[in-house]
Design a protein around this ligand. Structure first.
Ligand SMILES: [Fe+2]
Length: 383
């Protein structure tokens, strides 16, 4: 029943987010009877690929995409599915509950502590969640429209939900309860002399979060006390939001360099900056994290302004100019990294998510599939 409820919710969102072109109506009724569409096999009623539902506009295919473009889009679809899953969990407990996103019923103590970072946190969590669902739905619908296979990770939705009041009890793709959060993005975007593409390395803003495992959502109602414990969970979430969205900010411009088709390039260039818009917001909010020590596990959130240095100053949320391409050029304010040399950005993204603890409890098959999708995306080259 729970699975069906989730599926119904997802289909509602897909319906909400993918408006079929008006001209396709008559074709759609034709498709309903079953039709062979080149490259996709027999379909009916707009259904394809593991139960995912799409508007039936595959007939509008205007030429095949290169295998590289398909690989990039499929990897990004997988990433957006993963992001949607984790953002849904944040929204159920910390966001606004409405018909635009799959919700829970909220956790008042968690929301209260998130709002100590900004009174609009619940709205921002909701909107980030809706955006990821829209990215996921669009990318899969676009793949389908071009005769390529969409991505469906539903068979891996078996990780447990939080038992805290407010969370739905459904299977998840991601784990937000044992995170090891890399907060070096904080100093990376403040450095004027280092760039990861030119070998730069960066200190952790919150060293404690990079060692051990910490929840970013209450795991059960016992996590709602004492005050500094649930506040530490809200603080962890804030830094995790920044970690996730800075990743998307680099992933899209990096993969865009391997795209061949101009429309696919447009898609990547249009989604990527929304990830950066999220990142900018979360970067600002994380700077408002309460200075505290979690009495249950010793996790410290230090005063980032105490040093008086720019490497941690909380209001330096816009990218500081730094070296780019070659040190002979003047410093420039940029997204970083965006280089395609070395380990590919897709494989690096999966490694970063794995190191983050997001996939603790996932199956070997899940990791193998993600690795394959990532390697294929990284292998794509502009034709
Ligand atoms: Fe996204």
């Amino acid at each position: 029943m729970e699975h069906n409820a989730r599926q119904a919710q997802k289909e509602k969102i897909m319906e909400h987010n993918t408006q079929p072109p008006k001209a396709s109506t008559s074709r759609r009724s034709f498709l309903r009877k079953g039709l062979v569409v080149a490259g996709t096999g027999t379909i009916g009623a707009g259904l394809l690929a593991g139960g995912l539902s799409f508007p039936a506009f595959a007939e509008e295919t205007s030429g095949g995409l290169t295998s590289g473009d398909v690989a990039i889009l499929r990897f990004l679809a997988a990433v957006e599915i993963i992001e949607s899953d984790l953002w849904q969990q944040y929204n159920e407990l910390g966001g606004i509950q409405d018909s635009e996103v799959p919700g829970g019923s909220g956790s008042a103590p968690y929301i209260a502590d998130l709002q100590k970072l900004d009174g609009d946190m619940s709205q921002y969590i909701h909107d980030n969640t809706e955006d990821e669902f829209s990215h996921m739905a669009f990318l899969n619908a676009y793949l389908f429209s071009r005769g390529a296979a969409p991505v469906n990770l539903d068979r891996f939705r078996h990780l447990p939900s939080s038992k805290a009041t407010g969370a739905q009890q459904i299977g998840r793709l991601t784990n937000l309860m044992q995170l090891t959060v890399d907060t070096s993005w904080w100093t990376r975007y403040r450095s004027r002399t280092q760039n990861p593409d030119l070998g730069g390395t960066f200190a952790q803003a919150i060293p404690g979060l990079s060692k051990g495992q910490f929840p970013a959502i209450p795991r059960h109602d016992g996590d709602l006390v004492p005050d500094n414990h649930i506040q530490a969970i809200a603080n962890t979430a804030a830094f995790h939001f920044g970690f996730i969205e800075q990743g998307g900010s680099s992933l899209y411009p990096t993969l865009a360099q391997g795209v061949t088709n101009l429309e696919v390039l447009r898609i990547l260039l249009s989604i990527g900056p929304t990830e950066t818009s999220h990142f900018q917001t979360w970067h600002d909010k994380a700077g408002n994290a309460k200075v505290l020590t979690d009495p249950t596990n010793g996790l410290v959130f230090p005063d980032l302004n105490a040093s008086g240095g720019e490497d941690t100053q909380t209001n330096l949320i816009m990218p500081e100019p730094t070296i780019f391409l070659n040190r002979k050029f003047p410093p420039i304010s940029i997204i970083r990294p965006t280089g395609i040399a070395g380990v590919g950005s897709a494989v690096a993204t999966i490694k970063a998510f794995t190191d983050d603890g997001l996939f603790i409890g996932q199956s070997k098959e899940f990791f193998a599939l993600l690795q394959q999708l990532a390697q294929q995306a990284d292998a794509a080259r502009r034709a």
